[in-house]
Design a binder for this molecule. Structure first.
Ligand code: ADP
Ligand code: ASP
Ligand code: MG
Length: 417
C-alpha cells in the first residue's frame, strides 16, 4: 500500500461535473489500496474574481483581508469534493489550512510554508482509511492566527509540502495538460512532452514563466527529493491502471535522467518592464545609487545592461523589473534623480523575456550565440541579454514573443516529429 498526494488545479474542479470526475480519480487510487490526501485549487477563474473584488473594494487594501477573501475559493472546492466522495461511499473529510495546521510566515499574499503537522491526517489513514481533502493555496500564521495565502499558483506548493509532511511516495499534480512540455503547448503546437525533467531544469522553466508548476513547489520537491508527477485530469479515470505508467512527466533528480539534451525547454514571460536610465556619469557609486533605492523598495531587478550613451561620453543603464512593480520602480528612480544624475528615463512595458533552459549548457559552448543568429534572421531585435550556468534569456518586443519561441524551439531540435 502506498501513500499518495493528488493535486487538482482550477480547470479540473471548474464545476460540479468536473469535481465528480476528480472524485473518480480519487476512488481509483483508494480502490487500489492507497492512502490519499487530495489538494484542490479554487474553481477556474474564481481566484481572479476574488482578487478583482478586493481591488474594487479598495485599490490599496489590507493584505490580511485580501487573504481572508482569496482563500475562500479553495474552501468551497474542498468541501464540495468531500461531499461528492462521501456520496460515492468513500470516507472523506475536508481540511482548511488552519485546521491541519499549515503554518506559514506572515508575508500575506506570498507566505512561505514553515511547518505542517501531518499527524492527524496519517492517524486517520490508519484508523479509518479516510481521504483528506485539503484546501490548497492557504495556511495560517501561528503568531497572528490569521489566514495567509501562498501566492498565485500556490496550490502546487501546498501539495508538495503536504506530500513531504506525510512522507508520501509521490505527489501527483493533475492539470489541464498531460505533462510538462518543451514549451507551453498552447503556444507552440509542436511542443513535445518530456517523460522526465530534472528539478534544476524545472525550477528554471517555472521561474522564467512556465506556470505549469509554482516555483516554490519545485524547490520543495528538490529539497525533500519528492517525486512530482504532472499528468492530466481529463483522461478517463476508469481507463487508467493505478499500477501502470500513465502519460505524464516525472520531475526528479538529475541522476535519474538517462538521456540529456543540451536544451530542455523554452519559457517566456510578458510580465516584464524595461527602464533605461540615460546619460549617467561613468563613475563608482552610480549603480549603487540606482539599485539601492530599488532594493529598499523591495523591487526585484532582473536583467541589467550597461552601455555607452549616444553622446559617446556618458553611460546608459538598462534593467528590467516585474510589470507589477513598474510604476513603483519608475517613481523610485525619478525620486532619486538628483542623487543618480541622469538626463532622461526611457521605459517600455510591451516587452517579453524569452528564456532557453538546459542543464546540458554547462558543458556546451556557443548555445546562446546560435540563438542570436536565428533571432537576427527573423529581424527580432534583442534589447537585453542575461546568462547563467543553465539558461540564457533575451528581452524582446512582446509582439514577437510567439515567433521567437517557435524559432528557438525549432533551432534546438525540440519540435515534435
Ligand atoms: P492548474 O490550474 O491545473 O494549476 P495552470 O493553468 O496553473 O493549471 O498550469 C497549466 C498550464 O501551464 C497549461 O495549461 C499550459 O498552458 C501552461 N504551461 C506553460 N508552460 C508549460 C509547459 N512547458 N508545459 C506544460 N504546460 C505549460
Ligand atoms: N487558486 C489559486 C490561484 O489561482 C491557487 C492555485 O490555483 O494554485 O492562484
Ligand atoms: Mg497552477
Amino acid at each position: 500500500m502506498g501513500r499518495l498526494v493528488m493535486k487538482f488545479g482550477g480547470t479540473s474542479v471548474a464545476n460540479i461535473d468536473r469535481i465528480r470526475n476528480v472524485a473518480r480519480h480519487v476512488k481509483r487510487e483508494v480502490d487500489a489500496g492507497h492512502n490519499v490526501a487530495v489538494v484542490v485549487s479554487a474553481m477556474a477563474g474564481k481566484t481572479n474574481e476574488l482578487v478583482g473584488w478586493c481591488g474594487d473594494a479598495s485599490p490599496l487594501h489590507d493584505a490580511r483581508e485580501y487573504d481572508a477573501v482569496v482563500a475562500s475559493g479553495e474552501q468551497v472546492t474542498s468541501g464540495l469534493l468531500a461531499i461528492v466522495l462521501q456520496g460515492m461511499g468513500i470516507q472523506a473529510r475536508s481540511w482548511q489550512g488552519w485546521q491541519i495546521p499549515i503554518k506559514t510566515s506572515d508575508a500575506h499574499a506570498s507566505a512561505r510554508i514553515l511547518e505542517i503537522d501531518g499527524s492527524e491526517i496519517t492517524a486517520r489513514f490508519k484508523d479509518r482509511q479516510e481521504v483528506a481533502v485539503i484546501a490548497g493555496f492557504q495556511g495560517i500564521n501561528p503568531q497572528t492566527n490569521r489566514i495567509t495565502t501562498l501566492g498565485r499558483g500556490g496550490s502546487d506548493t501546498s501539495a508538495v509540502a503536504i506530500a513531504a509532511a506525510i512522507r508520501a511516495d509521490r505527489c501527483d499534480i493533475y492539470t489541464d495538460v498531460d505533462g510538462v512540455y518543451t514549451t507551453d503547448p498552447r503556444v507552440v503546437p509542436k511542443a513535445r512532452r518530456l517523460d522526465k525533467i530534472a528539478f534544476e531544469d524545472m525550477l528554471e522553466l517555472a521561474s522564467q514563466g512556465a506556470k505549469v508548476l509554482q516555483v516554490r513547489s519545485v524547490e520543495l520537491g528538490m529539497v525533500h527529493n519528492m517525486p512530482v508527477f504532472v499528468r492530466s485530469s481529463f483522461d478517463k479515470p476508469e481507463d487508467i491502471d493505478p499500477h501502470g505508467t500513465p502519460p505524464g512527466t516525472l520531475i526528479c533528480s538529475e541522476e535519474e535522467i538517462m538521456e540529456s539534451h543540451v536544451v530542455t525547454g523554452i519559457a517566456f514571460s510578458k510580465d516584464e518592464a524595461q527602464i533605461s536610465v540615460r546619460q549617467i556619469e561613468d563613475k563608482p557609486g552610480v549603480a549603487a545609487a540606482i539599485f539601492g533605492p530599488l532594493a529598499e523598495a523591495n523591487i526585484n531587478v532582473d536583467m541589467i545592461v550597461q552601455n555607452v550613451s549616444e553622446d559617446g561620453k556618458t553611460t546608459d543603464l538598462t534593467f528590467t523589473v516585474p510589470a507589477a512593480d513598474y510604476t513603483r520602480a519608475r517613481d523610485t528612480i525619478t525620486l532619486a534623480k538628483a542623487k543618480i544624475g541622469y538626463a532622461r528615463l526611457d521605459t517600455a512595458t510591451d516587452v517579453a523575456k524569452v528564456s532557453v533552459i538546459g542543464s546540458g549548457m554547462r558543458s556546451h559552448a556557443g548555445v546562446a550565440a546560435q540563438a542570436f543568429t536565428a533571432l537576427a534572421g527573423r529581424n527580432i531585435n534583442i534589447r537585453a541579454i542575461t546568462t547563467s550556468e543553465i539558461k540564457f534569456s533575451v528581452l524582446i518586443d512582446a509582439a514577437y514573443t510567439e515567433l521567437a519561441v517557435r524559432t528557438l524551439h525549432t533551432l534546438y531540435g525540440l519540435d515534435q516529429t
